[in-house]
Design a protein around this ligand. Structure first.
Ligand SMILES: [Zn+2]
Length: 237
């Protein structure tokens, strides 16, 4: 989308800030059948009419699945991928999203690795409404969003969301960086992302032997986006 906030520069600037995590793993594309784990056939058919978009989306989903798989195998992972996914539900999408990377990865891993209890914590500035709707009637997948109008309140809410989780076999994080003080949300400082990452790490250690992964959702303030993602990864790793 020319002129869109959601452009390839986002991934490029983050990538250059994450050099210490080389080598990056380039994912195998997902299959259309994997999109069908979450999305209705009409939605997949619509994507099929835009070949390049479909190919891009399949690579992002493949990356999400690979992150979830690494997490289940005991290796924490961060998915540097776009387009984001948390505003996509079974039959539609908005907000730069086309398919729900997170939901597909969670469904896939539940099949593949015989997982039951999964917690998805969404820390994007925007509520992950697609993810919420997809799992609304699923009592074994808990989806939690955090909303606040100022920084301390936000940080406190994240802590209390994590503290009350009692059961998880995998902790999945939809990680947005548009909560940043100079981004759309106007809330958090760079060092806060290290805190968030380390709280999530600690929660996963308490709940599920550290099995955790995070996927990139939003985050549009390019000058500081890379350092914020690096700050997060340093807490999360
Ligand atoms: Zn967002």
């Amino acid at each position: 989308m020319p002129g869109s906030l959601e452009g390839p520069e986002r991934v490029a600037t983050i990538r250059s800030s994450l050099q210490k995590y080389q080598p990056f793993i380039k994912p195998e594309p997902a299959s259309e059948a994997e999109l069908n784990l979450v999305h209705e056939p009409t939605m997949v058919a619509r994507l099929r009419s835009r070949r390049l978009l479909l190919e891009t989306v399949l690579i992002a989903v493949g990356g999400a699945i690979q992150c979830a798989r690494a997490a289940v195998e005991g290796r924490p992972a961060f998915g540097l991928l776009r387009p984001p996914g948390h505003h996509a539900d079974q039959s539609g999408s908005w907000g730069f999203c086309y398919v729900n990377n997170m939901a597909i990865a969670v469904r896939k891993l539940r099949q593949e690795a015989d997982l039951r209890w999964v917690v998805i914590v969404d820390l994007d500035h925007h509520v992950g409404d697609g993810t919420q709707r997809i799992f609304a009637s699923d009592s074994e997948i808990l989806v939690r969003n955090v909303e606040a109008v100022e920084r301390e309140e936000y940080l406190e809410k994240v802590q209390s969301v994590l503290q009350v989780i009692r059961k998880a076999e995998l902790l999945a994080v939809s990680m947005g960086f548009d909560t940043y003080e100079r981004d759309l949300g106007g809330l958090l400082k760079t060092e806060d992302y290290t805190l968030l990452g380390s709280w999530l790490r600690q929660a996963s250690e308490r709940l599920c032997e550290g099995r955790r992964f995070a996927l990139l959702e939003g985050g549009y303030y390019l000058p500081d986006l890379g350092k914020n993602v690096l700050a997060f990864c340093e807490g999360f790793e």
